[in-house]
Design a protein around this ligand. Structure first.
Ligand code: ADP
Ligand code: ZN
Ligand code: ZN
Length: 798
């Protein structure tokens, strides 16, 4: 009987996008499990590659062939993937056109995919000869330094509990340790403490009671280092270091809070949702205005889920994962919570993953990729701000967290809750058709809090007469009024689709990136011109590179400029600026918010990153400096995004007892997205937008797929785009509409030309097969260097 493993190897190519068979050698049979990572020889050169075991089968009377190779090494003692995740990758592969290996890789912490090392340590009580043979005199050694034979021996000893394997984070130096003590009771009993040493006598009595040991820090609260050292020298006390989860210290300082009693609307929503836990049910769309208490609803749902012995995932947009947000979960559920976001180091991410995998964490709060958290027995999946485009990954694999959530919820019979004040048009349409169950929260949770008044200021009235380019006199007056009252102001500069650039007044020359078709962005903090696509950087020119004139001017409403203007107009105001420049450092984002929350500043001025989730009771005025920039983008979702952004930011005002007011400055006061944002009427916006989408055959009436081809030679990429167009027309039914090929709105980046095709369809049997065939085509030698991206339901068509 031979055991065979089916393995997906780490080669992202169409030819390798299927499992390969390997023989499991006798001595690895016990270790090899479905979901384990292995090293296998691959290809003619038998290069050792990492792979995932996706199935194991027994084969009788296997004829020995030279074809079949052996697994070389098993990297995991416990599988890193479970069967649900492996099945999930199969299912996702049908609509996400990237290779299965990249789907599997995205489900585990990057540490386990990258060049990690493993550290081998002896566990207490390991026989001396084993210790000596494998580790020599060292307390621990790097696993990869062992011979093949020793590695296998070591793995068996780990299974027997004599040795311990830990993954070495690249940032091991930042690994957190804490000192603990334990008492050697036998030695302590024999110990003579000199008479008159009262304090030592007291410590001895104390230690006598400590059978478990404890934190060194706690000993230090009552005793001096010298007193403690006495017992250590005499062998009665041992001090040792343990590695602690890096987030533990943070969790400890968050104070517990009690559940709020729900208002009638909230209670009904919670009841409707929790009654379906553990049953097959359709997803819920929870449309709740800003401040309606959606988060409190989530907390109650999770409470119920935990009481039923189940687990929960909460997804929040990356930018909203502030301590203010995560603390609301930690303060209720303590260390049952794991937080996952991109600000963590690889080591920290690995720690959190372990906390989930071991079963300690039962509630995972995180950004997009937290949807893959290895929880068992999931009772609820909640996606807050479900309309956010960041739930779609913009690089391989291009999955949407909502689609993954649907699959996982179905598998676990978990309730899936999509929450938003401004649901995506697609989701709202599904709720209309009963594909989702529609739930509404139409009032603010705090009865004192009123929906703020919104006023639109027509910027065109001020052209040519204003002194400050970013502020109308009315907005400035209102800001002054709040400062006088000791209230706070939030100002948003909409920078979506906008950047600061340099233009020559003589010849209109705009400084462009040499690699990309885009103007360079001016960064005052680094005093440089940067390309936001390829990272190209150069100094700020003093004269025009084209005509040498000195009349080169800075254009654009950067936050720096808006800040300078405001500070000059209001010298006493304490202003905080929040944008990509001021939040680049780790923790800076949180620091700014904490300062504003503590009222150490009067005005928070920032880009759209301030629009989300902030809940500051003292904010009574919100100003939008320029509502328009995002309206003019060549994307069919431009109106939707603008409406969402304005509604979100307006929701930051008047969240507590004091009434709030919102001013929106715009050049397009009559645009429906702006008018309906003024009324904060999502339902009216939804109806209007649906009519537009219907007329233009856009989602949700049609599905879309975007194909982008890139190559350094423009003629080549045009020719290939037409070849693919022909192929599509040949293989798809004529009900599929094909737009393009056209150059992308930003036609060249990284020295590559980009052309796109967009497919619009309602039903199409041949779609998956055809798109996979195109992936195949682009891998032919003749198409070397041609890059193809297939994006199912692209969130940006720019
Ligand atoms: P949303 O997520 O819908 O914007 P939040 O959950 O942040 O709303 O709630 C807005 C504010 O109302 C918060 O300060 C929250 O503490 C408060 N709140 C929520 N539910 C209740 C309730 N049932 N009773 C009193 N206050 C509540
Ligand atoms: Zn560039
Ligand atoms: Zn010039």
């Amino acid at each position: 009987m031979t055991k065979l493993a089916q393995i997906i190897v780490d080669v992202p190519l169409m030819q390798t996008d299927k499992p390969f068979s390997y023989r499991i050698p006798e001595d690895l049979i016990e270790l090899t499990q479905v979901g384990s990572r292995v090293h296998v020889p691959f290809g003619r050169g038998n290069r050792l590659l990492q792979g995932f075991v996706v199935a194991i089968a027994e084969q009788e009377n296997l004829v020995e062939t030279t074809e079949l190779k052996d697994i070389q090494e098993v990297l995991d003692l416990e599988p890193v993937l479970n069967s649900e995740q492996i099945a999930l990758a199969d299912e996702m592969r049908k609509t996400v056109f990237s290779y299965k290996i990249s789907l599997l890789r995205s489900m585990i912490p990057s540490l386990l995919n990258s060049n990690y090392d493993k550290l081998l340590e002896a566990v207490e009580g390991t026989p001396q000869d084993i210790r000596q043979n494998l580790l020599g005199d060292k307390p621990s050694i790097s696993f990869s330094n062992l011979s093949d034979q020793d590695q296998r021996l070591a793995q068996r000893l780990v299974k027997q509990g004599l040795l311990k394997l830990t993954y070495l984070a690249q940032d091991k130096k930042t690994q957190k340790t804490e000192k603990w003590y334990r008492v050697n009771q036998a030695r302590l009993a024999e110990l003579e403490v000199p008479a008159r040493a009262k304090k030592r006598e007291a410590l001895k009595e104390f230690l006598d009671q400590q059978t478990e040991g404890g934190r060194y820090k706690e000993l230090l609260e009552d005793y001096s280092r010298e007193q403690i050292a006495f017992f250590v020298e005499q062998g009665g006390l041992e001090i040792y270091e343990v590695v602690v989860n890096r987030s533990d210290a943070y969790f400890d300082q968050v104070e517990k809070t009690e559940f709020l009693s729900l208002n009638a609307q909230q209670a009904e929503v919670v009841e409707r949702i929790t009654s379906r836990i553990g049953q097959a049910s359709v997803p819920f769309l929870l449309e709740g205005i800003t401040g309606s208490g959606k988060t409190e609803v989530y907390l109650h749902i999770i409470d119920r889920v935990l009481k039923e012995g189940k687990t929960a995932i909460v997804l929040v947009p990356e930018i909203s994962l502030t301590p203010q947000m995560t603390n609301r979960f930690i303060s209720r559920f303590g260390d049952q919570v794991a937080i996952m976001h991109s600000g963590l180091s690889d080591g920290e991410k690995y720690d959190e993953w372990c906390k989930i995998k071991s079963g300690q964490a039962k509630v995972v709060v995180g950004a997009r990729s937290a949807i893959f958290a290895p929880l068992e027995n999931i009772g609820a999946i909640i996606i807050d701000e479900e309309h956010e485009a960041t739930y779609k990954q913009e690089s391989n694999p291009r999955y949407h967290a909502r689609d993954v959530a649907l699959l996982r919820a179905k598998h676990h019979q978990a309730v899936l809750v999509l929450g938003s004040a401004t649901p995506s048009i697609e989701s709202r349409a599904r709720a209309s058709k009963g594909v989702y169950e529609f739930l509404e929260l139409s009032q603010r949770a705090n009865p004192q809090a009123k929906i703020p008044e919104v006023e639109i200021l027509d910027f065109r009235d001020y052209i040519g007469q204003q002194e400050l380019s970013n502020y109308t006199p009315l907005l400035l007056d209102k800001i002054k009024d709040r400062l006088a009252k000791g209230e706070q102001v939030v100002l948003m500069l909409n920078r979506r689709g906008f950047s600061s650039f340099i233009m020559c007044r003589e010849c209109s020359y705009v400084d462009q990136c040499p690699n990309c078709d885009i103007s360079l962005t001016l960064h005052m903090d680094t005093k440089s011109m940067n390309c936001h696509y390829c990272g190209y950087q150069k100094g700020i020119p003093r004269t025009c590179p084209n005509c040498q004139s000195a009349s080169i001017r800075y254009y654009g409403t950067g936050t720096q400029k808006a800040y300078d203007e405001l500070q000059e107009a209001l010298p006493e105001a304490r202003i905080l600026r929040m944008d990509v420049d001021t939040t680049r450092k780790k923790g800076a984002h949180e620091a700014i918010l904490a300062k504003f929350g503590a009222h150490e500043a009067d005005i928070l001025l920032g880009t759209q990153m301030i629009a989300k989730g902030l809940d500051f009771p003292n904010v009574t005025l919100v100003g939008v400096l320029n509502a328009d920039t995002s309206l003019n983008l060549p994307d069919f979702r431009a109106s939707e995004r603008t409406f969402q952004l304005l509604t979100q930011v307006a929701g930051r005002a008047g969240r507590a007892d004091k009434p709030g007011e919102v001013l929106i400055q715009t050049y397009n006061p009559n645009h429906y997205a702006i008018q309906l944002a003024k009324r904060q009427d999502y339902e009216a916006f939804y109806k209007h937008e649906m009519a537009v989408r219907r007329q233009l055959n856009y989602p949700p009436y049609f599905y879309t797929v975007g194909l982008t081809l890139s190559h350094k030679d423009e003629e080549f990429v045009i020719q290939k785009s037409y070849e693919i167009l022909r192929f599509l027309k040949e293989h798809l039914s004529d009900k599929v509409q094909i737009l393009g090929p056209t150059p992308k709105p930003i036609a060249r980046t990284h020295k590559l030309y980009h052309y796109q095709l967009i497919l619009k369809y309602r039903f199409e049997d041949q779609l998956e097969a055809t798109l996979n065939a195109i992936l195949d085509l682009t891998q032919e030698p003749a198409n070397k260097d041609l890059r193809l991206i297939i994006d199912h339901e692209p969130q940006n068509v720019m």
